[in-house]
Design a protein around this ligand. Sequence first.
Ligand code: NAD
Length: 329
Amino acid sequence: MADLTLNEAKKEAASLRKQLKEWAQAYYVKDAPQVEDYVYDQNYNRLLELEQQFPQIVTPDSITQQVGGEIDSEFTKVVHEVPMLSMGDVFSKEELTEFDARIQRQVGHSVAYNVELKIDGLSLNLEYVDGELKRASTRGNGLVGEDVTANARYIADIPQKLPEKLTIEVRGECYMDKAAFAQLNQERDEKGETTFANPRNAAAGSLRQLDAKVTKQRNLSTFIYTWVNPPANITSQHQAITKLDELGFHTNQTGRKLANLDQVFAFIDEYTSKRDNLLYGIDGIVIKVDDLNLQNELGATVKIPRWEIAYKFPPEEQETVVHEIKWTV
Ligand code: NAD
């Protein structure tokens, strides 16, 4: 990298952007990835590195400046007044230590983190008016998503009506658990249909159906973890999740409020070993500054909030082997 000239960096970045856009379109829009996530991540991180080294080569349409893929589906469009962002990621405890050091430098003291499992699904936005579900939408490109209200009405754990007449917007992950995924792929295989690459793509392909009755047959679930602009008495992420749970949303009960990085590392170790025994897929651990005022203070870039980070698990051995076999036959 140190030996690269500006022109070489420009050329390499342009070719990486082209390739990454193609993969992102297949992944986000067609729900049919062409490569494994770690391959995408390696190329994405190489582009990030080049853009960090040569900031003058960053273009506004670079994939590092945009969320998700292009919206070119037939769903009605939904404008997200509060953008649905992506998330920064780290792949080692050293990088996580750097994240913590940056937060401490920015806010001037140590902070508590709410640490949650990173559910391997797709983001879902739910809007309630006077306690009734009015609209559900996907993240799309972060600013404009797709209206999937009819589909969301067929997901059993999404409350159609809240116990209080609240007008609120909440966000979470729509996912397919491992058993539903195995059954769906078996059925598709028996019918000679193409199978889904992983539960994330199965969930996305099942939610983003123009015929909502298909969604009904697919056994999707949700974990809700974000309250957009919560009332003033909710001051932390941990509190928000507790209240969302009381309101009847399906929340993930493994999340914990932790006082320091050593405890975060212990949580990561715990779920790295428990991961395979969970009923649903996770691809990492999300570390969020717990205090909502501090979250606002830290803010976000055009693509990622500065107050949270995903610690990504290394690719699973088995997946890598399957991938290589597919490519060699
Ligand atoms: P991301 O999936 O890495 O992280 C952000 C998302 O995490 C959020 O939008 C949210 O939906 C989700 N999430 C799950 N649990 C959460 C929790 N507890 N709290 C908050 N958010 C939670 O980011 P992204 O921008 O959606 O996509 C990047 C990922 O997609 C990378 O892992 C990349 O490998 C993969 N991808 C793969 C391909 C491919 O071709 N294989 C192409 C594009 C992207």
